[in-house]
Design a protein around this ligand. Structure first.
Ligand code: FMN
Length: 224
């Protein structure tokens, strides 16, 4: 079923006063069994509430259909997200800010998201991925299963883009409870739905990314 957050381009951006206050934000994620899909929807919804124009995009599946169908949660997530468009390089050009999401895979991002990132070489060489704000979110099956390393691995790539990494840090009291300053994260697979802690973290992160993207755009336009 297509849900409200299967958005294509639903603009709620505002423009007032001096400087450009609009923020175009792409949430680009990969999820097999739906946990990161839930996080992606939470981040996209919060960014939209913060005034951004949001594109929610999934990385294309690389696994054989037989592998997807062999896992009920994977097959269900594929069906449930059929209405979400696949990410394209144009989404990266369009965006002022990109929040990437991936499950932890051996402490790193999933190959499906990496494959999308690897299609961006031409844009990277032209400097067209630079000067944007980036952030990330993840999920793992176990508590010390590599959430931080996954996000740091993602952020290594952002440095090569010339991107500006905006993380939540411990900038909100809730961060002292969820304990992940690198980005929103959730421990659990398909049997462990998102909890309030993860949803709160998604909101903190999305609002912070929108705020600093807006400030960066306004500052750069003022700088001439
Ligand atoms: C190939 C593979 C590698 C994984 N590696 C780890 C890992 O190193 N640590 C961990 O805690 N979970 C690991 N997981 C579990 C996923 O990170 C976890 O189930 C995540 O919540 C799945 O997100 P999704 O439901 O969006 O696909 C792995 C799963 C797969 C399929």
């Amino acid at each position: 079923m297509t849900q409200p957050s299967d958005r294509t381009d639903r603009s709620t951006a505002t423009s007032s006063g001096s400087g450009d206050r609009s923020v175009r934000l792409a949430v680009v994620y990969y999820s097999s069994t739906g946990t990161v899909t839930e996080l992606a929807r939470a981040v996209a919804d919060a960014a939209e509430e913060a005034g951004a124009e949001v594109r929610l995009r999934k990385a294309a599946e690389l696994a054989p259909q037989a592998a997807v169908e062999s896992n009920p949660a994977w097959a269900e997530n594929a069906r449930a997200t059929a209405g979400i468009a696949e990410a394209t390089p144009d989404d990266m050009v369009w965006a002022d800010a990109v929040i990437f999401g991936s499950p932890t895979r051996y402490g790193n991002i999933a190959s499906q998201l990496k494959q999308f990132i690897d299609t961006l070489g031409g844009l990277w060489q032209q400097g067209r991925l630079a000067d944007k704000v980036y952030s990330g979110f993840t999920a793992s099956a176990t508590k010390h299963g590599g959430q931080e390393t996954t996000l740091l691995a993602l952020y290594t790539t952002i440095h090569h883009f010339g991107g500006i990494v905006v993380t939540p840090g411990y900038t909100d009291p809730s961060k002292f409870a969820d304990g992940n300053p690198y980005g929103t994260s959730h421990v659990g697979g398909p049997e462990t739905p998102l909890d309030d802690e993860a949803r709160t973290a998604a909101g903190v992160q999305a609002r912070r990314v929108v705020k600093f993207t807006r400030a960066l755009k306004a500052g750069l336009s003022g700088a001439g």
